[in-house]
Design a protein around this ligand. Structure first.
Ligand code: FES
Length: 147
C-alpha cells in the first residue's frame, strides 16, 4: 500500500493528529458555518471578540485531514488579531503556515478561510453599531449599573 501521508508536511500531520482549539465555545461572538458541496465536508468556526480583537477561536470540522489541519491552523493564526487583520488571512497564508499543502488539497484551506470570514461576518451582523465589549464584560457592567 503506498504511503499517502508522505505528501503532507510534518506540520500538517501534527495539526491533523493533535488539532488545536477543537470543540464548542460557550456564547461565541461570531459563528461561521461552511461546507464544500463536492466533498461534503463541513466546518464550524467560533470566535470570541474583545473590543476589536479576536481573543479566542474554536472549531468543529467533519472532514478530511487537510480540512482538520487547516481549521486548527486558522484558529491559531487568528487569535490576537484585530477583525481587520483577520479578514486578510487568506487560504494561502493558512497553507503556508502549515508548510504547504498538496495542490489537490488546496481547496480544503479555502474552506478554512471561508469559515473564518463567515464567523467574522456573523460577528459584524450582530454588532452593526460597532465593536462592543465581550459578553462577560458587558454582563458585569450591567450588573454594576443595576446595583
Ligand atoms: Fe473536503 Fe478536504 S476533501 S475539505
Amino acid at each position: 500500500m503506498p504511503d499517502n501521508f508522505s505528501m503532507y508536511s510534518d506540520r500538517v500531520m501534527e495539526h491533523f493528529k493533535n488539532p488545536k482549539n477543537v470543540g464548542d465555545m460557550e456564547n461565541p461572538d461570531g459563528v461561521g458555518h461552511v461546507g464544500n458541496p463536492t466533498c461534503g465536508d463541513v466546518m464550524e468556526l467560533y470566535i470570541r471578540v474583545d473590543g476589536n480583537v479576536i481573543s479566542d477561536a474554536k472549531f468543529k470540522t467533519f472532514g478530511c485531514g487537510a480540512a482538520i489541519a487547516t481549521s486548527s491552523m486558522v484558529t491559531e493564526l487568528v487569535k490576537g488579531k484585530t477583525i481587520e487583520e483577520a479578514l486578510k488571512i487568506s487560504n494561502r497564508a493558512v497553507a503556508e503556515a502549515l508548510g504547504g499543502l498538496p495542490p489537490i488539497k488546496m481547496h480544503c484551506s479555502v474552506l478554512a478561510e471561508e469559515a473564518l470570514k463567515s464567523a467574522i461576518d456573523d460577528y459584524t451582523k450582530r454588532n452593526k453599531d460597532g465593536p462592543r465589549q465581550s459578553r462577560r464584560k458587558a454582563r458585569s457592567s450591567t450588573k454594576h449599573k443595576s446595583q
